[in-house]
Design a protein around this ligand. Structure first.
Ligand code: ZN
Length: 204
């Protein structure tokens, strides 16, 4: 395990390398940010977006929590969405779930009153809503499928949100995409979830 001193040494080296390669790197970086993507992902340490989609620093505005939930009663999520759309005018929102998500597994197998249990109630409701489909699957398939259904539900939550609705109404481009990451092979997969205008089945 790295010590703090080792981390600081790596950081110093990295900063020096950036300046050697491009003397204005931090001058430009400090002036502004114009991210192309708002990334809503899981807090899991294996799914950091910078590495996964290879965009340079300043390209991704990130919001992560346990099980990549966008909850319309969560002030943090709402503030991130509002800032991303109204201040930064980010054109793409990616909701990225992942297979092997501990949060999703806990939601399937356990309930309680600890903070993480209450947070994961949102995934538990998705599990209950989709019992008919999920009960036909074995444990592993069910875990994977619930991770996908969770992404779908969060994409729909964002599409229904007033901040997004208002942006679409005034003609601002906001594209919302759902994806899943496979921690076993490092690949991102699209889930056929992409919205750039209000979808009739999500309510107008
Ligand atoms: Zn996870």
């Amino acid at each position: 395990m790295s010590t703090i001193n080792e981390m600081l040494a790596v950081n110093k080296l990295w900063a020096e390398e950036q300046v050697q390669a491009d003397p204005d790197y931090f001058i430009r970086a400090a002036q502004t940010q114009e991210p192309e993507v708002l990334w809503i992902g899981c807090a899991d340490s294996r799914v950091g977006p910078d590495k996964l989609i290879g965009l340079p620093m300043g390209s991704i505005f990130v919001h992560r929590n346990v099980a990549n939930i966008f909850a319309s009663n969560d002030l943090n999520s709402l503030a991130v969405l509002e800032f991303a759309i109204d201040q930064l005018h980010i054109p793409n929102i990616i909701v990225c779930g992942h297979y092997g998500c501990s949060g999703v597994r806990v939601a399937m197998t356990h309930s309680g009153i600890q903070p993480v249990d209450l947070w994961l109630d949102q995934v538990r409701f998705i599990y209950q809503r989709n019992q008919a489909e999920l009960s036909k699957l074995d444990q592993q398939q069910r875990w994977n499928r619930l991770a996908e259904l969770n992404v779908e539900a969060q994409v729909h939550n964002i599409c229904r949100n007033t901040i997004v609705r208002e942006a679409w109404k005034r003609g601002q481009a906001v594209n919302i995409i759902g994806m899943i990451y496979d921690i076993h092979d490092g690949l991102l997969k699209q889930l056929g979830l992409e919205f750039s205008s209000p979808a009739p089945h999500l309510g107008r």
